[in-house]
Every structure is written in C-alpha cells, then in structure tokens.
Write a protein that binds this ligand. Structure first.
Ligand SMILES: *Cc1c(COP(=O)(O)O)cnc(C)c1O
Length: 345
C-alpha cells in the first residue's frame, strides 16, 4: 500500500479531534447522565434545541441509534415506514428497522433520480385502510446516497402536507443537516420546521469523535429516553463526548463552506476525464461514475496505492468526501492523482 497518504476522502467521519476540541474534552464538567444528568450533555442538548427550534433533544452515541429510536417511538411494530430507496436508514443501518424496531421499510424511488419528492410519496401512499398500516415517513437532508444533495424548506413542507393527509409523522435523518443549511445559507431550524423528529450528527463534518442527537417534542423525547436506554445508549460521564460536539458546533460550522468548495474543485479536476461523469456536488460529497472499463473497487485500490483514499460506492461509482482534515492543497493534489487513475482505462 501507499507509503504516504495525500488525502483520506473515504468519508467525513475520518476527521480527528483538533487540539482545541481535545482541550474541551479534557476540561469538561461531567455527571452521570443516566442518573441525575451530565451538565455538559445537558448544555449540548439545550444548544441543539435552540439551533433546531425543537422542544427537547437527547444526546446519542450514534446517528444509527438515534434513527432507530426515532423509528421505534413513532412506528408501531408490524407497520411500514416509507422512505427514499437510496436513504441511509434503508441501505446502511444493517436492517435495524426490520430486525430491532420490527417495522417494514418500504422504499420509494425518487422520480427525479435524486431525492424522493412529495409527489413520489403521494403516489406511494396506499388507501388508509390497507394493511400493513403505514406509520411513518423518513427523509434525509443532505442526501448522502444522492451525493450530498440539498433539499430546501419547501421540500419538507410539501412532504409534510402529503404525510398530513394520512396523519403520518415525519422523521428527518439530518446527519448532514448542517451542510444543507450552510449550502443554502439558511438556519438549520428553517429546514426542520415540519419534521416531528430530527437526527443530527456531530461526527461528520463537525469533526467530533462520536455523537448524534435526536430532537422533537417533549413527549417524544420522554419516550426516546426510554428507548435509548433499552438500546444500550444510556451513557454515564458522556460530557467528555458532548464537550467535543459543542466544540464542533461552535467552531466547525463555517468551515463546511470550505469543504463544499473543495468538493467542487475535485469535481472540476476529474470531471473532464474521458468516460467519467461526475454528479456536480452541492455540498461535500462527490460521486463519480466510472468509464465502463473501470470498477469502483479497482479505482479505489489504484488510488490508495498512490496515497488517495476514496470509497468504492458500487461497481460503477466511487465516492469522495471532503472534510476539515483535508486542506485545499491536499484536495488539489488528490484530484491530480485521481485524474491520472481515471485516465488509465
Ligand atoms: C453517517 C450517517 C448516519 C449514521 O450515523 P452514525 O453516527 O455513523 O451511526 C445516518 N444517516 C446518514 C445520512 C449518515 O450519513
């Protein structure tokens, strides 16, 4: 394998805590969050409530667990959940919906080839009397599988109107909601106004080592507290983790715009190689469709030999994600390497 890594673009989860974040971790005031509460966790949860304009938020060890809790508390066992066919909950969360929450995900295909829209959801709805009952709608913003595609506030409002037609709650997987807000230059709260529950992550672009939050009504979060504990997510002196998340919220939000600019640079660098098609990035995720003679795993292997780590997304597509641990210079260098690898067909 390569002697020296130029850039690790496999995911924005690979970021390591910066010195300031490590200091915040070291000096965090802590308590037992399963007993009387941890003051730093409480403070993070309060901050999340105000950023999202929701009644209450709960700190979770992972986005996967927070999504699962959202399903558990809003979708009765034996019912179905409507979601985007390319979404994270359906494709990347190890069938937790089916195997743990006991619900049947029903994937809805995005007719625009990007993100499931209200009209797609409308066509997927069955008469209210059919069985299994539909109990929940899930959306994702930004949409990872669609290459970090951004949806605006009107998108969710339209989804909400359709969901309201059958009294269905709406959960948003907002692991990268921050990126959507920065890309649109709007507040995160404006993008989640019509969601009953929202998951946000701190361990993607914000650079914390671990952590996510679930936000919603007081009542929903009371139940989420119980579900979190059942799933093994009750944490003790978790203020050391929450301190890192607070640091990320306060110090790494604005730099997401740089990540977006870097993804655009990468797209420019590899986009005109013969046979290559890039999905023009709206945020920090670049999807590259490969020439017929190349496969995702093959390109990933060849790039890694030259110090550039990317993910093979599937047989015909690779994914490269920019983040705070890769500078513009590193992205430019990685782009030149990727360009060469893609040109060797
Ligand atoms: C990463 C991610 C998750 C899961 O978060 P973890 O903290 O890794 O469990 C959920 N949804 C989306 C869209 C993600 O990108």
């Amino acid at each position: 394998m390569s002697a020296q890594i130029i850039a690790d673009l496999r995911s924005d989860t690979v970021t390591r805590p910066v010195p300031g974040m490590r200091e915040a971790i070291a000096s965090a005031v802590v308590g037992d969050d399963v007993l009387e509460g941890d003051p730093t966790v409480r403070s993070l949860e309060d901050q999340v409530c105000s950023v999202l304009n929701k009644d209450r938020a709960l700190f979770f060890p992972s986005g996967t667990m927070a999504n699962l809790a959202a399903l558990w508390l809003q979708a009765e066992r034996g019912t179905e959940v409507l979601l985007d066919s390319e979404c994270h909950i359906y494709n990347w969360e190890v069938a937790g919906a089916a195997s743990i929450a006991g619900v049947q995900p029903r994937p809805v295909i995005a007719s625009n080839g990007i993100v499931m829209q209200a009209a797609d959801l409308q066509s997927a709805l069955k008469p209210a009397s059919s069985l299994p009952r539909t109990s929940l709608v899930c959306v994702e913003n930004t949409h990872n599988g669609a290459g970090g595609a951004v949806s605006d506030a009107a998108f969710l409002q339209a989804i909400r109107e359709v969901a309201d037609g059958q009294g269905l709650p709406v959960h948003m997987d907002g692991a990268r909601l921050w990126n959507a807000a920065v890309a649109l230059n709007v507040t995160p709260a404006s993008l989640v106004e019509h969601a009953d529950t929202v998951m946000v992550s701190f361990s993607k672009g914000l650079g914390a080592p671990v952590g996510a939050a679930l936000a919603g009504s007081e009542r929903a979060m009371e139940r989420a507290w119980e579900v979190r504990k059942r799933l093994g997510g009750g944490m003790r002196q978790s203020g050391v983790l929450a301190a890192a998340c607070i640091y990320g919220l306060e110090h790494h939000m604005e730099q997401l715009a740089d990540d977006h600019a870097n993804a655009a640079l990468l797209a420019t660098l590899v986009g005109d190689v013969d046979g290559v098609r890039v999905v023009q990035p709206q945020t920090n995720i670049l999807m590259v469709d490969l020439p017929a003679s190349l496969s995702g795993p093959e390109v990933a292997r060849r790039a890694a030999e030259r110090g550039v780590l990317i993910s093979p997304w599937n047989a015909t597509r690779i994914r490269a994600v920019t983040h705070l641990d890769v500078s513009r210079e590193a992205v430019a260098a990685a782009g030149a390497v990727l360009r060469d690898v893609l040109a060797e067909q």
